[in-house]
Design a protein around this ligand. Structure first.
Ligand SMILES: Cc1cc2nc3c(=O)[nH]c(=O)nc-3n(C[C@H](O)[C@H](O)[C@H](O)COP(=O)(O)OP(=O)(O)OC[C@H]3O[C@@H](n4cnc5c(N)ncnc54)[C@H](O)[C@@H]3O)c2cc1C
Length: 359
């Protein structure tokens, strides 16, 4: 096939990573070609879409929250406004305390300037009737959820309007790599960005993406709450009245591509402890998160093949990390910014140099 169609960037994959990269390029007026073959169990489709700056058993502020959270609010609102759709739902999050000690700790911490913009209230007694919260709880702000399916679909329509979207498998054998550009089935571009999640391309096989299986259940419950509820598990509205997504499990060892009874039981049990209302399980989903050993995303140019770049490793926090870091990546590729060492793919270049080269 002859090369006759030129774009500035080719993007492989349109999950949360590829969508954010596409948005960054479209808003800069770049010409793009996006190739994606969606599958039901892609991580981005399974995700409940929660974003929350205070996470984990120890309830700590997530890495780079002060940069990432203000950015994501602006980013998703802007995409909603361009696409004239709704998929972004900022909602306060309620996290019941597990003990009086934890309550005391948060009474002190909430006055700390580092937490002031995230903690809006500390309740010292049971306050939210839908939750088992005998010791009260914490209301966290700058949280909420993204309807990931709707968001990805909206971005896809934007790409189709202002660029090109191909719903098909990208075939590695068809990519020709030159020093200054790539060619693919008649398309030519100075850059190609791989945003493939746990499906790695042969040129980036050496980056340590570790699939982490997660499962969620869908429930139906006759309840309304002003909060996302989170402690051990989260409950997030699922886009249909009275339907909610509950998640998620973390099983590194499990590589099976099925829903398991073990996960369902774990989620039902934790949910039963957290909430005070009856529910009915109406569905279950599984997916693999693209995690990294140091829990930081991986991005930047290939060490040898300069037209090739990667954006991956969003792990358990794709919704919050993708907007800010897609901007960081595109600035660096456009020579208007540098990559932070913590996310630069070059931190793994010793792995690259130690494996046989496939070019
Ligand atoms: C159960 C579960 C719950 C989660 N909940 C949350 C949550 O609440 N909040 C949160 O922030 N994160 C959550 N996550 C994590 C989040 O889903 C990931 O961080 C994110 O989806 C990763 O996005 P990605 O675009 O890198 O990968 P993916 O979603 O896997 O997207 C990659 C895309 O590339 C395509 N692709 C790959 N190779 C090719 C090829 N050769 N040709 C064509 N297309 C290709 C795939 O088909 C896919 O569409 C959850 C994950 C799981 C599994």
């Amino acid at each position: 096939m002859t090369t006759n169609r030129k774009v500035d960037y080719i993007i492989i994959g349109q999950g949360l990573a590829g969508s954010a990269v596409a948005v960054q390029l479209l808003r800069r007026g770049k010409k793009i070609l996006v190739i994606d073959q969606p599958a039901k169990n892609n991580s981005s489709r399974i995700a409940a879409g929660l974003f929350n700056p205070i996470t984990g058993k120890k309830m700590v502020k997530t890495w780079m929250a002060d940069e990432v959270f203000p950015y994501l609010h602006q980013f998703y609102r802007e995409v909603e406004s361009v696409c004239k759709t709704s998929f972004f739902y900022p909602t306060p999050l309620y996290r019941p305390f597990i003990s009086i000690e934890e309550q005391n700790e948060w009474m002190a911490r909430s006055a700390d300037v580092a937490f002031k913009s995230y903690v809006s209230e500390v309740f010292t007694h049971s306050t939210v009737p839908q939750v088992n919260d005998p010791d009260g709880g914490l209301v966290v702000q700058q949280c909420g959820y993204l309807n990931t399916t709707e968001y990805i679909l909206s971005v896809r329509q934007w790409i189709s309007r202002e660029g090109t979207f191909l719903e098909e498998d990208f075939t590695e054998e068809s990519l020709k790599i030159d020093t200054s550009h790539v060619e693919y089935n008649g398309w030519t571009a100075p850059r190609i960005i791989f945003c493939q999640g746990t499906r790695q391309s042969r040129w980036f096989e050496w980056i340590p993406i570790r699939p982490l299986k997660g499962e969620t259940i869908s429930i139906s419950a006759d309840v309304e709450t002003a909060y996302v509820i989170n402690r051990g598990v989260y409950i997030v509205p699922a886009g249909v009245n009275k339907h909610f997504r509950v998640g998620a499990t973390y099983f590194f060892q499990d590589r099976s591509e099925v829903c398991t009874d073990l996960a369902r039981r774990e989620l039902e049990e934790k949910l039963g402890q957290l909430i005070s209302f009856p529910f009915r399980v109406i569905g279950q989903d599984w997916g693999f998160r693209p995690t990294t050993p140091d829990r930081r995303p991986i991005m930047g140019q290939h060490p040898d093949l300069k037209p090739l770049a990667v954006f991956n490793g969003l792990g358990t926090k794709g919704v919050s990390l993708a907007p800010y870091f897609s901007d960081v990546l595109i600035r660096s590729l456009e020579n208007s910014g540098t990559l932070n060492n913590a996310v630069d793919v070059s931190r793994y270049k010793s792995v690259y140099w130690s494996v046989p080269k496939i070019v």
